[in-house]
Ligand binder design. Structure first.
Ligand SMILES: NC(=O)c1ccc[n+]([C@@H]2O[C@H](COP(=O)([O-])OP(=O)(O)OC[C@H]3O[C@@H](n4cnc5c(N)ncnc54)[C@H](OP(=O)(O)O)[C@@H]3O)[C@@H](O)[C@H]2O)c1
Length: 428
């Protein structure tokens, strides 16, 4: 039998799918046990269709979504257009038409995933999205299947290749944020509007999806605190190195006694931590669990072939499930009621970079403010910035989000200190 596919969009990732179906046909046939055919490809308009045909692409390009939704021979719709609309409407219609859906659209899944999963379930069809987190790293199915017996306590990840490329240049070559961004844009890693990548939004989308697979809880995007890399200064980078750390944008989801906490933020990683050596556009997901212990999954987070490999694996899985008559199961069957951690239970060490007039007694005064919140210091540095001002750098021992909030407020109200930056520090 031949299973027919409708591709929505023919951009970077979508055009990588035919490559794998062709180049790895023998193995794919064994795994899927049926033939897979790209029957129709939705493109934006007639001009796009003519351009692709002129380039030698031999697909049946269509410009009307109904040609795919109403085609009863098409069993699987593969959405690779990106953005929320019209992708959401097209996926909804495909699921309601009892078509299985594969997508890599993390933005859509992070915000409307629950709704789409419910529609898939009601219609007894599959909705798979392995490529939505860390593109080429097969992490979601690994969490759903290989960690089935294990209890995950924490997941940390370098989840955004663009910001990681920029941070690597800022750390290794001393580039400013502005120079790193400009180069990332020139190399095609960052879009002209880089907000989602550099402000931690893209990584927060991925944290929402990871929390479902690792902890069985569906957190809302709004529950993921996120802070990006745009405020990191060369001074922060230099001090981090001096103190034995590397700064990276890290997604961190953990289970505390009161519930789960999810956050994306610039984080000081000890140089020996496995995530500290994840450089350039590469991604990694670091898992802590009671059975396996510590494990790390490393690979390309984006790119045509890596992402298409994950998409194609989802397609093969569906074709095989159709053959075995086991289709319709959730991609992830682990589900518990959502319980969010209280601020008292979310703890970390922190780095404070504080500017103050360079006069005697300031360090003592600072110690009093931290001491009043029962926060102790692990490392302290003082650096003159000019004749009149000094930078005080403090790495604290573990404190809760509540303590962090109180001490930050105290510092801001003191009028003696100007908080330049506060970042999380991963303890040794
Ligand atoms: N690129 C990666 O490495 C990567 C990694 C992980 C996940 N993803 C996800 O994969 C998806 C696709 O990404 P991509 O990089 O392949 O994007 P892309 O290169 O921009 O391709 C998207 C294609 O879809 C077309 N399209 C958009 N709206 C359409 C519509 N209404 N009708 C028909 N065609 C439409 C676009 O046409 P126009 O050019 O005319 O807009 C474009 O050709 C996104 O959800 C992305 O987040 C990508």
């Amino acid at each position: 039998m031949t299973v027919k596919i409708g591709l929505l969009g023919f951009g970077t990732v979508a055009s990588g799918v035919p490559f794998l179906l062709r180049e790895n046909a023998g193995k794919i046939k064994q795994a899927a046990q049926d033939d897979i055919e790209i029957a129709k490809v939705l493109v934006r308009d007639e001009a796009e269709k003519s351009r692709l045909l002129a380039e030698g692409h031999v697909y049946n390009f269509v410009t009307d979504i109904d040609e795919i939704i109403l085609d009863e021979e098409i069993a699987i719709v593969v959405e690779l257009m990106g953005r929320i609309e019209p992708a959401k409407t097209f996926i909804t219609r495909a699921l309601q038409a009892k078509k299985h859906v594969v997508t890599a659209n993390k933005d859509l899944l992070a915000v409307h995933g629950s709704e789409l999963r419910t529609i898939a379930k009601e219609n007894g069809v599959a909705l798979y999205y392995e490529a939505a987190v860390a593109g080429g790293i097969p992490i979601l199915r690994t969490l759903a299947n290989s960690f089935a017996s294990d209890k995950i306590t924490r997941i940390m990840g370098v989840l955004n290749g663009t910001s990681n490329f920029m941070m690597t240049k800022m750390v290794d070559e001393g580039w400013t944020y502005e120079k790193a961004l400009k180069t990332a844009q020139e190399l095609g890693y960052a879009e002209s509007d880089p907000t989602n990548d550099v402000e931690g939004i893209d990584a927060a989308y991925k944290a929402v999806i990871l929390s479902q697979f690792a902890f069985g809880m569906t957190i809302d995007f709004e529950h993921v605190r996120h802070k990006g890399i745009s405020g990191i200064t060369p001074e922060d980078v230099a001090v981090a190195q001096e103190l034995g750390y590397v700064i990276k944008l890290v997604g961190d989801i953990q289970e505390t006694p009161s519930g789960i906490s999810a956050e994306v933020s610039p984080t000081f990683l000890p140089k020996a931590h496995p995530l500290a050596s994840v450089n350039g556009v590469m991604n990694a997901v670091f898992v802590e669990s009671i059975g396996i212990g510590e494990s790390m999954f490393y690979g390309p987070g984006a790119g045509q072939k890596p992402t298409a490999a994950s998409v194609t694996a989802d397609i093969i899985r569906i074709v095989r499930r159709l053959k075995d008559n086991t289709i319709g199961k959730d991609f992830n069957e682990f589900s518990r009621p959502l319980q969010l951690a209280t601020a008292e239970d979310v703890r970390s060490d922190y780095y404070f970079s504080i500017l103050t007039p360079d006069v005697q007694g300031k360090m003592l005064r600072l110690a009093e403010i931290f001491n009043a919140q029962a926060i102790s210091f692990k490392q302290i540095l003082q650096r003159p910035t000019d004749e009149k001002e000094a930078r005080l750098v403090i790495v604290t021992h573990s404190m809760s989000k509540t303590q962090l909030e109180h001490v930050t407020k105290q510092l801001e109200e003191s009028q003696e200190f100007q908080v330049s930056n506060i970042f999380k520090v991963l303890g040794d």
